[in-house]
Design a protein around this ligand. Structure first.
Ligand code: FMN
Length: 390
């Protein structure tokens, strides 16, 4: 399962092509739009979210509500294209002077990208480096989520820190049921936080940053529930599930750290307090009392919830800008301001869920093979059965 996105932040539309999806999977436009709406929520989002009520048009690969096995093409229109069509036009008529950007923002792709592609208008870089692109990834992820749902796998997330408003204590072992309850509560929170007091502290921190023209990052914890044993492999580095998850998470704009299970904390503890003891219960098979490994051992899912934490840096666009250098005059100036969020950690959580769904679906399909959803379901049932009777 692979995908490619295209589209500029203020272009006509974003497009994504998803290749390798099995046939016969039921998909409704609402399945995709529901995920797009989740991405647009969250305390601290800027003005754009009011303009953009994202909807995906299904251009190919689905007929009568079911996938055909061919590439699925989804398109999300940019609602403010009408305000940008003269500037972003593909033809020579495009107005290249009106919204030219010459003052690169520290922390964004602006300067490195402009030098690399030799662009004297930084707009030619920021239009694509913008996280608007993540809407396309969320749409693709919605397809992967549907596939996973058919075999009893679901992905959830919550926010554990925004700036220094952070949950105390390290990662906690949770059962599948506890994760599911937590995810349901996170869905009700404007910052996807499940602790009432902390939620208020996060909201206050965002408001304070916004008032000061500043921005905040944070930490998101994600879990994959219902994983069968045996997704991913120890036999080759590029087939390790943990490696693929880490790479995919770092591919999300502004993510600067990834942990699986205990993560960095594991380095500080002796082995006896890191590894999860194995037990056997006749009707349930093998299991653990703890999940410090975060559901992956040797690059293979071990049947426990896959637990991941990602660190998002603060958004680079600051309404009270940092100093930079104008690429025309080469003089010091304040960095440019493009309409921006003060904090997008709750939105990043939803995008990370989508990216995680795509990685899990890809690795799962590699393990199961199959051209139809029924074949995948039968194979996953056989994997679960094998783990039980082993
Ligand atoms: N950066 C901004 O400057 N303004 C934004 O409004 C903004 N919104 C974002 C929303 C989401 C959901 C995510 C994941 C990131 C957002 N970013 C925003 C971060 C930038 O896209 C990112 O920092 C930039 O592309 C540079 O990449 P890097 O931080 O990975 O080095």
């Amino acid at each position: 399962l692979r995908y490619l996105t295209a589209g500029e932040s203020h272009g006509l539309a974003l497009t994504v092509i998803v290749e390798g999806m099995v046939a016969g999977l039921s998909i409704k436009a609402e399945d995709i739009d529901e995920q797009l709406a989740r991405r647009q929520k969250g305390h601290g989002r800027g003005g754009r979210m009011a303009i953009e009520k994202d909807r995906a048009a299904i251009l190919s690969g689905i007929r009568g509500g079911r996938t055909l096995g061919g590439p699925i093409c989804l398109q999300i229109e940019n609602r403010d294209w009408k305000n940008w069509s003269a500037i972003m036009a593909a033809g020579e008529e495009a107005d290249l002077t009106e919204r030219r950007v010459t003052q690169p923002r520290p922390g964004h792709a602006d300067l490195a990208g402009a030098i690399k592609y030799d662009q004297r208008d930084i707009r030619n870089i920021l239009e694509r480096s913008s996280a608007r692109e993540t809407a396309a990834r969320v749409a693709a992820g919605a397809l992967a989520r549907r596939l996973l749902a058919e075999v009893g796998i679901r992905i959830c997330s919550h926010v554990t820190a925004i700036g220094d408003a952070a949950a105390s204590g390290g990662p906690i072992d949770r059962t599948e049921k506890e994760w599911a309850d937590l995810a349901a509560r996170a869905e009700q929170s404007p910052v996807r936080c499940v602790e009432a007091e902390l939620e208020q502290a996060m909201i206050a921190a965002i408001d304070q940053a916004k008032a000061g023209g500043d921005s905040l990052g944070g930490i998101v914890e994600l879990a994959v529930l219902g994983m069968p044993v045996g997704v991913g492999s120890h036999v080759q580095g590029d087939r390790r599930l943990d490696g693929r998850i880490a790479g995919a998470m770092m591919s999300l704009q502004a993510i600067k750290g990834v942990e699986i299970g205990l993560g960095f904390e594991a380095a500080l503890r002796p082995g006896s307090q890191v590894h999860d003891e194995i037990h056997y219960v006749p009707e349930k098979g093998y299991g653990r009392n703890t999940n410090r490994a975060g559901g992956i051992e040797g690059g293979i899912s071990n049947g426990a919830p896959v637990v991941i934490r990602i660190a998002m840096k603060p958004i680079p666009t600051l309404y009270k800008p940092l100093m930079t250098v104008d690429i025309d005059s080469r003089s010091p100036v304040a960095a440019s301001v493009e309409r921006s969020d003060a904090c997008a950690v709750p939105a990043a959580a939803v995008v990370a869920e989508a990216i995680l769904a795509l990685v899990i679906a890809d690795s799962l399909l590699e393990t199961t093979g199959g051209d139809t959803i029924e074949q995948v379901k039968a194979r996953v049932a056989a994997m679960r059965e094998q783990a039980l009777r082993f």
